[in-house]
Design a protein. Sequence first.
Length: 169
Amino acid sequence: MSDKKARTDIYIRVGTAKQAAADRQKEQVLQFAKERGYNVSKVYTDMGYSGLDFERPALLQMKLDAADGMLDAILLDSVSCFGRDMEKLNMWIEAIARHGIEVIPIDIGRPYIPQTRSVVEFVKQMGHVIREQEERAEQENGRGYGGENDEYISQKTKTPRPNTSEMSL
């Protein structure tokens, strides 16, 4: 058993106060830990908390324990158990990783590596570029891309748009 497996904790979060949902998660994560040789020392549970709330009691306690060097790995059912806001989620996991702690969602079965800010920023920037292109096309020709009004694209590429009403199947 490696040192990483010696001090492993489990994190459980369910959006409702239903014990059965928390028990199901715990059972699945414990089974994963057993099959892979993790020694679980503590289970943190937040019941009835939204994934958008990062001020949950058990999550905050786990963060303190991580900063104090009390754990090496965190197992959880899914990365969405930590949170549903991807930007906050990745920042939180990056903070945990700085302490040398692996976050292992059992649905992917390996340590979770947060998306880098550059990838997230690239995707956001592409959304802005696409919106600007659509706005420019609409200003130039009075219509945007796509749908029945994509004549603008055909004019720019000098490719006539086929008349689909005359085609037979």
